[in-house]
Design a protein around this ligand. Sequence first.
Ligand code: FAD
Length: 363
Amino acid sequence: MKKNSFKVAFLALILTGLVQGCSESKPQAASAFEKVDVAEGQTMGTFYRVTVPGGYEGGSQALKNEADAAFNFVCDAISTFDENAELAKFNNHRSLEPFEVSPYLANVLEEVMHESLRIGFATDITVGPLVNLWGFGPENRPEVIPTQEQIDEVRTFVGPDKFDIRKGKIPFLVKVDPRVRLDLSTVGEGLGSDLLASRLDRQNVANYMVAVAGAIRTKGVNPKGEPWKVGIEDPLAPGSTPFAVVCPQGMAMSTSGTYRNFFIDEKTNERFSHIIDPQTGKPINHRTVSVTVIAPSALTTDTLDTGLMVMGADKALKWAEENEVPIYTVEINEKGEAVGRYSRYMEPYLKCELPKDRVGIKE
Ligand code: FAD
């Protein structure tokens, strides 16, 4: 079975384009600012890039230190790839006894469950054992297609009712079955973006873009003094010209997609993506290949985008119209063409008007 090499990658192309690398803060010809600081690096098995037009106090290295501190904080709480992380320890706690967790992790789990409930738990963070069964989790399983019996067995301890969050002075998590394993991979990038954005806001940074793979937070304007523009990748030509350009206008934006992270069964040539339908216990295999969501927080966008991928474009767009959520879906039709559709609430974000109060522009 061939596993696609792109484990996790930028699903949203960052269209700032002006400043490359991590240390450049020399004024760029087309830049509207004297200084633009950029920090880049790796986190959560993927890439990040933070851009601050107008410069960051202490320069790019200070910005990188701030970014790494925020992302490490999130990883220490929610990673299932690091045995010492809180969530990994809970997953390895094969007992029905209450397990003490930090208020941060308890609050994240509560918020993710609330957002997941909105879409009928199409996003279901208890799918960890199914993710591992299909070989996409931290346990490098042999790449074989699980049997229906194996899937049915694992599904007996998957579902939103299989664990409880006990909030109080000291928060606890309680399993209904010792084999329960939570998986926050779908929202980790969004949590990282939100945490760093909140720290930059507290430091009164006027313009920034935080991108952790496909989870984006923006504020103010880009190095050209224009609205931040984020591309939705063309699934048929990843990394080339974007399929669509979105201006998040200070909102969070994230994209979930199946066209990069998948494996192919060489016997049947069937393609299996890393997104699991909790109802079937199997990877989704419909024609929708990416869903982009806009919302006030990246926790919300990153929780919803995966579940809306599970639903597929028709149901996702119906839900988005009923719930007034800006989403953009891309499907591959019978002719093999990429087809984009979006909810009416996405329209304002497809027009890239200048924000009213542009801060720090050199006149
Ligand atoms: P998304 O669509 O955002 O999320 C899909 C992921 O969510 C799947 O990979 C699966 O884990 C899970 N999922 C699948 N179906 C569902 C569902 N229906 N409901 C809920 N969740 C579902 N990867 C590595 O290879 N190496 C690492 O060291 C590593 N470290 C990580 C540390 C942290 C803290 C986190 C959060 C993730 C880490 N990952 C690592 C995993 C990697 O980042 C994920 O594969 C990636 O986050 C998936 O994001 P995505 O945008 O590709 O897919």
